[in-house]
Design a protein around this ligand. Structure first.
Ligand SMILES: [Zn+2]
Ligand SMILES: [Zn+2]
Length: 417
């Protein structure tokens, strides 16, 4: 009876395991036809998210970290991926039992092949951390207004995937026999006859690494790293300030000797330029931004500024229309500024007060009045006549109004000093 119970318990556990194992694609947030690149990307972001160093004491994060590593290793290998696609977890278990153990067991080892170091984060720990990398990415004002998912590519030093950062073609790395793996040697220097000094020096044979490789990896030439472009997603959020810094954790240069530092993106604004597509040719393209406000200069003719009766349709950065208008008789002075409320930049969610979902700055429209410098002769005559008529009636001489003298004024001499 007891034996039966035990068997039942074991069976129960197996069923639980089979049920509990999450679909690898789902786990990595991928579609069935995901490319290797997508699988790698998913692993990069999820393994950082669930890394135990970042989630101390959180068992479920630890389990996820292990599961993500397993899912990655199964899906990145064409053979195991095929087996998984056909037979699922069961098939993978069978395959493992078939005596072909997968290359890596330790999820921390896998992590270190992506981010360097020994598989742990450099924050506050004893682990050495590589330098941060800074790049500028410029996007048009339109993207700051509307928000946009985009991409950018940086070239960086990456751990060579051909040799998995060992630098060796066959995976063999030997301890240097000159320094015994310490990377340093003690040299005796003669200072004077009979007087010696011992000095420490880097080992020449292994260049201080303590290890030597007989067959260097043909891809990286034994240097363990390669330079390669990497593409990152960039989420430009509505209303992000110019010059905002976006952090990509552990995405700077990689090396087996340290944990990769952070890639820091400075988001800046491109110079406005007239594009080809309609949405690149709106008035908004040439709005100028200061903080949450936008600025625009609108040109009015003399007639419009003085007599009114005009309409303007400004196309904003998302294509909507901001209508400006004056009725007949409404005068606009040159350089007058009209503040159109809520037509400025959206305010970035991080700057919004609690409970406010969205808010906008203002659009400042400055009016520039342009006078005609040419007129048809008859028109000039008519205007002249009208002006003369009203000038004679109640025209004022501004000099007189202001009390200016008609001639020069005598200044007292210097003799009284
Ligand atoms: Zn290599
Ligand atoms: Zn050595």
């Amino acid at each position: 009876m007891q034996r039966l119970l035990r068997i039942l318990a074991v069976l129960g556990c197996l069923v639980m395991l089979a049920l509990g194992a999450e679909d690898f694609y789902k786990l990595l947030g991928l579609k069935k036809d995901a490319s290797d690149r997508e699988i790698k990307k998913a692993y990069r972001s999820l393994s950082k998210k669930y890394h135990p160093d970042k989630n101390p004491g959180d068992e479920s994060a630890h389990d996820k970290f292990v599961a993500v590593a397993e899912a990655y290793e199964v899906l990145i290998d064409d053979e195991t991926r095929k087996i998984y696609d056909q037979y699922g977890h069961e098939g993978i278990e069978q395959h493992k039992k078939g005596g072909r153990p997968s290359q890596h067991h330790d999820p921390f080892d896998l992590f270190s092949r992506f981010f360097g170091g020994s598989g742990h984060f450099g924050h506050g720990g004893s682990e050495r951390r590589g330098p941060n990398m800074e790049v500028r990415v410029a996007v048009p004002l339109r993207d700051f207004y509307n928000g946009r998912m985009t991409e950018f590519t940086v070239e960086k030093q990456a751990i060579c995937s051909a040799c998995e950062g060992s630098g060796s073609e066959d995976g063999h790395v030997e301890t240097c026999d000159v320094c015994g793996g310490r990377g340093i040697v003690i040299k005796r220097q003669q200072l004077a006859p009979g007087l010696f000094q011992q000095v420490q020096a880097g080992c020449d044979k292994c260049a201080g690494r303590g290890k030597v490789i007989k067959k260097p990896c043909p891809v990286c030439g034994g240097s363990r790293v390669v330079r390669e472009p990497e593409t990152h997603e960039l989420h430009v959020e509505k209303g992000m300030p110019k010059g905002v810094r976006i952090n990509y954790e552990n995405e700077a240069d990689e090396s087996p000797d340290y944990v990769a530092g952070d890639l820091i993106v400075h988001l800046v604004e491109t110079e406005p330029a007239l594009g080809q597509a309609d949405h690149e040719r709106t008035d908004g393209t040439f709005f100028r931004r200061r903080g949450k406000d936008l600025f625009w200069r609108e040109v009015l003719s003399l007639r419009e500024a003085w007599l009114g009766d005009w309409t303007r349709n400004l196309t904003h950065l998302d294509g909507h229309i901001v209508q400006l208008s004056r009725k007949r008789g409404e005068v606009v002075q040159p350089h007058a500024v009209q503040v159109v409320e809520n037509e400025g930049m959206p305010i970035w969610h991080q700057h919004l007060p609690d409970g406010v979902e969205e808010a906008y700055g203002n659009l400042h429209v400055e009016y520039v009045v342009v006078l005609p410098d040419q007129m048809e002769k008859p028109m000039e005559k008519e205007f002249w006549a009208v002006w003369e008529k009203y000038r004679k009636k109640k025209g004022v001489v501004l000099d007189k109004e202001n009390g200016r003298p008609e001639g020069p004024i005598q200044f007292p001499g210097h003799d009284e000093l």
